[in-house]
Every structure is written in C-alpha cells, then in structure tokens.
Design a protein around this ligand. Sequence first.
Ligand code: NAD
Ligand code: HJL
Length: 231
Amino acid sequence: MIPQSDRPYIFINSAVSADGKLSTFERKQVKISGKADFDRVDELRAETDAIMVGIGTVLADDPSLTVKSEERRQARAAAGRDENPIRIIVDSKARTPTDADIFKKGKGRKIIVVSESAPKDKIDALSKMPETKVIVAGSDRVNLEEMAAQLKNEGINRLMVEGGATLNYGLISAGLVDELKIFVGNLIIGGKTAPTFADGEGFSEDLIKKLVLEDVERIEDGVLLTWKVKY
Ligand SMILES: NC(=O)c1ccc[n+]([C@@H]2O[C@H](COP(=O)([O-])OP(=O)(O)OC[C@H]3O[C@@H](n4cnc5c(N)ncnc54)[C@H](O)[C@@H]3O)[C@@H](O)[C@H]2O)c1
Ligand SMILES: Nc1nc(=O)c(N)c(NC[C@H](O)[C@H](O)[C@H](O)COP(=O)(O)O)[nH]1
C-alpha cells in the first residue's frame, strides 16, 4: 500500500438508495439526489483538483462531470484553475467513446487511464481528443496504486471519485480511499443484481474495512454520511 503522501487525497462521493443501490438492476441511472444534494456535489466538484469515474459509469450514464454553476467556474478561473477539474476515466481497454459527453461538454483536461491490454488504435484515437492524455498503469486491469502515484505526479492532490460500484470497491480494497461521502436517498431500488456502493469480490470477514463516522447531515429527505476510512 503506497503512503498517502505519494498519492492524492482520495474521497468517494456517491448517492445510494435506502437499500444501498447505486442504480437499477438494469443499470439505469436513478435520480437519487435532490436539488440540494446535486448542488452540494457541484460545490465538491468545484473545490477538487480532479474527478474520477469508471468506464462502466461512462457507458451507462455518459456523465459530463462538469461544474454546473457558472459562478463556481468563474471562481476557479479567477484562481488560475481550469473551469472544470481534470476529468479521469478508469478504462482498462480504452473503451471510452470519442463522442462521450466528457469530450463534448466543458473545457478542461481529461485523463484516460488504461492498461497495457488496451488496443493501440483506441489509445491513439483517445490521445487525439482535445486536452486529453492517456496514461498506462497495469497489465490487464488498471493497477490502481500505480495510477494513484502517477496522478500525484500530474499535480493532483485532491481526487473526488464519483463511482461506480466496481471502481469504488477496487479503490477501497487497494487501500487508496481516505474518506467516503455517501448520500442516502429516500427511495428503495431493490434487486439482488442492482449495483451497490461497492461491488466486486467483496471482503472476507477479517478484511472488512472499518470506518470512523465524521458527520451526519440531513439533506431534504435524505441523509449525508461522512466517514473516514480507518487504516
Ligand atoms: N448513484 C451514484 O452516485 C452513481 C455514481 C456513479 C455510477 N453509478 C452507477 O453505477 C453503475 C456503474 O458501475 P459499474 O460497477 O458498472 O462500473 P464502474 O463505473 O465502477 O467502472 C468499473 C470498470 O472500470 C474498469 N476498471 C479498470 N481497472 C479497474 C480496477 N482495478 N478496479 C475496478 N474497476 C476497474 C473496469 O472496466 C470495470 O468494469 C451505473 O449503473 C451507474 O449509473 C451511480
Ligand atoms: N451524486 C449523484 N446523485 C445521483 O442521484 C446520481 N444518480 C449520481 N450519479 C453519478 C453520475 O455518474 C453523474 O454524476 C450524474 O449522472 C451527473 O451527470 P453530470 O456529470 O452532471 O453530467 N450521482
């Protein structure tokens, strides 16, 4: 496990239903956050150096990952920063579509993290996209520790991860996550195959991650839980 000083500070912000799901069993996006929580997320985006999602989220939601508030974008520009944080996709096989919204909406740098197994033509196509850099970390799947060290070298000190289920699990199991901000919304999605906050193999009893509760905040009909990960 790399020391925290050699990687960005990493926090995950996700919205889950009351039964812990990120989306439906059909992986259809669900509006779990209300106006107030989406505004909180926008503030977090405006404050961070970079935002990261997995390729599964790009293929399912096609998010732009941009800062929505013009005022917040202007404040970033006034501070000499790009109007949007660096947008990062964890994408072993370079499957990010070149017509994805992250390329069409908003200015600012993008980083696509691939593994050595990614086809060269797809890497070349993504490298040609505006303000886009492809970095390689790992042989088959992305090596998340190696990626974290490279992102620190890119000058990223604060990284916000927005999911999804598999990437959340991968980062937590690699011991790379410092903080969790989970908004629990007032709905039940159900479904044993619906994505949860942390999918993947799962932790055996002795490896279950322990958390320290930092804050509980009611937001409309939901609750924002903030935890620090205990190491
Ligand atoms: N409610 C929310 O806050 C929220 C946020 C984001 C996504 N989602 C939902 O989550 C679902 C997507 O989650 P998902 O699990 O399918 O995809 P994901 O976004 O977690 O992407 C996972 C993919 O990233 C790639 N990857 C490469 N190396 C990896 C590694 N070492 N560890 C983990 N992943 C690695 C793999 O291709 C893997 O399948 C969608 O339904 C989306 O709507 C919800
Ligand atoms: N915080 C949050 N609350 C939700 O209810 C929800 N469904 C998501 N889902 C995460 C998704 O990946 C993107 O954050 C949204 O789809 C926003 O998309 P934009 O980036 O604004 O285009 N995130």
